[in-house]
Design a protein around this ligand. Structure first.
Ligand SMILES: Cc1cc2nc3c(=O)[nH]c(=O)nc-3n(C[C@H](O)[C@H](O)[C@H](O)COP(=O)(O)OP(=O)(O)OC[C@H]3O[C@@H](n4cnc5c(N)ncnc54)[C@H](O)[C@@H]3O)c2cc1C
Length: 411
């Protein structure tokens, strides 16, 4: 059952980038070619800059961006009603709206760059298994509607109807949100990287960055295993690997293992779904196969603070956890009984204490930026945060980055 590659890496387009050599100098140097670094390079190149992207893998999307479930779930990490209690209404709405702006940008960019085959429309159903959770989701449906966002609380029969297949009797109901997107993660990210290259960005892959330091005379000295680059500005987009270059973030960013199993294709279509406050979640790949992830609650320490071996794209894969996910499948989706699990893989997520990402300037250091730690939830920000950060890098306001994401809150 174990696979060295995710479905997306195995079925995505090869990377045939320009194989840039390391220049001595550059304007903006982006570290990491995941979805964040690749899309940032796209927005910088659209503004006429020629960013240099450094990536240690042979191509983009081989870290978490090529190992996720491909779901662009709108809203922040907390359900909207809870986010309002935690951050206040204005900030919670700013976060939710950012993901709606993202939805529109994703569709616009995909159409402009001819990447239509990488996106597929879907919906989201968050299912409750306890009365507490049902209440949270009902309140969230109300709060979203009050903010003009389509959402509905559905009882179990209505949930079964939108789910398109059976659901177990243990479910009370669900929060339904239409008009969501999923992507083929690797095709999407490599498509963005290729579009960035067409716009003038350069991708130097197979290059490991070892340090970033202020350069004498201004700018930043980026040291790699292939030599040095002097950059006017540097953006660190290294997900859970970020603290290796910015050790001040070691107490802030926790690496967390995520695992997925994938079945053979099934004849029915389901929306993206989450259960038990997202502890188990799933979706469907374009070929009809089911993706099932989560169950971190069955692992000691919930897989938080896992080891990230040097040079590896993922913490160690757990066959036991994959087995538990496979076993859980028929009880979660009765119609999937007997459908074989054909692939499983792991990846790393980067969590922060407040479950908000780090996007913005490094305080007190001109020209150093960070865009990392998306708390297992990066895809719904995958255009809007890079687009807004590109604006700030060019000296603009980038007002679309919620204040709650400012890295300064921890530094
Ligand atoms: C199992 C799983 C399921 C998930 N499902 C979803 C989902 O459905 N929806 C969602 O929104 N999110 C999901 N996520 C989270 C999502 O994948 C991340 O939020 C997102 O990919 C983060 O993008 P990134 O560009 O910051 O990181 P990455 O894609 O990890 O990119 C960081 C890059 O930095 C490179 N790098 C690291 N160190 C160095 C170095 N020293 N020098 C050069 N390069 C370096 C890495 O090789 C990597 O390519 C999931 C994650 C996992 C693990």
């Amino acid at each position: 059952m174990q696979s060295p590659d995710s479905y997306w890496i195995a079925t995505g387009p090869d990377w045939t980038g320009n194989g840039a050599a390391l220049p001595k100098r550059t304007g903006v140097c982006v570290l990491g070619a995941g979805v964040m670094g690749s899309t940032l390079a796209y927005w910088l190149s659209r503004a006429g800059l020629r960013p240099l992207v450094l990536e240690r893998n042979p191509g983009p999307a081989m870290g978490s961006s090529g190992r996720n479930a491909g779901r662009l779930i709108q809203g922040g990490n907390a359900q909207h009603a809870l986010a309002i209690e935690k951050f206040g209404h204005a900030e919670a709405l700013a976060v939710y709206r950012a993901t709606l702006v993202n939805r529109d940008l994703v569709r616009e960019v995909i159409a402009r760059e001819g990447l239509e085959a990488t996106r597929f429309p879907t919906a989201k159903l968050d299912l409750a298994v306890s009365e507490d959770e049902a209440l949270e989701l009902e309140r969230t449906a109300e709060a979203l509607r009050a903010d003009g966002i389509a959402a509905e609380w559905l009882d179990l029969p209505a949930s079964r109807e939108v789910f398109g297949t059976d659901l177990p009797d243990t479910i009370i109901g669900g929060l339904y949100r239409p008009d969501q997107d999923a992507v083929h993660s690797v095709a999407y990210v490599r498509g963005m990287a290729a579009a960035a290259e067409r716009g003038g960005a350069e991708f130097a892959c197979g290059v490991t960055v070892t340090s970033v330091e202020p350069a004498t005379g201004g700018g930043w000295l980026v040291t790699t295993d292939a030599g040095h680059v002097l950059a006017d500005q540097v953006v660190v987009a290294l997900n859970a690997w970020t603290p290796r270059l910015l050790p001040e973030l070691a107490p802030v960013i926790t690496p967390v293992r995520g695992q997925l199993v994938q079945t053979a294709p099934v004849p029915f279509r389901i929306p993206q779904w989450g259960l038990d406050r997202g502890l188990v979640y799933g979706g469907q790949a374009p070929d009809g196969s089911l993706l099932l992830g989560g169950l971190r609650n069955t692992v000691p320490g919930r897989d938080e603070g896992v080891e990230l071996p040097e040079g590896s794209n993922t913490p160690a894969f757990s066959p036991e956890l994959a087995g538990r996910l496979a076993e859980a499948l028929p009880s979660l989706l009765p119609e999937a009984t007997g459908v074989p699990v054909v692939r499983a893989w792991s990846g790393v997520m980067a969590f922060t204490p407040d479950r908000c990402p780090l996007v913005g300037a490094w305080p007190g250091a001109h020209g150093l930026w960070v865009m990392a730690a998306f708390n297992g939830h990066g895809m719904p920000y995958s255009q809007v945060m890079p687009e807004q950060l590109a604006e700030r890098i060019r000296g603009g306001r980038g007002d679309g980055i919620p204040a709650a994401f400012d890295p300064a809150r921890f530094l």
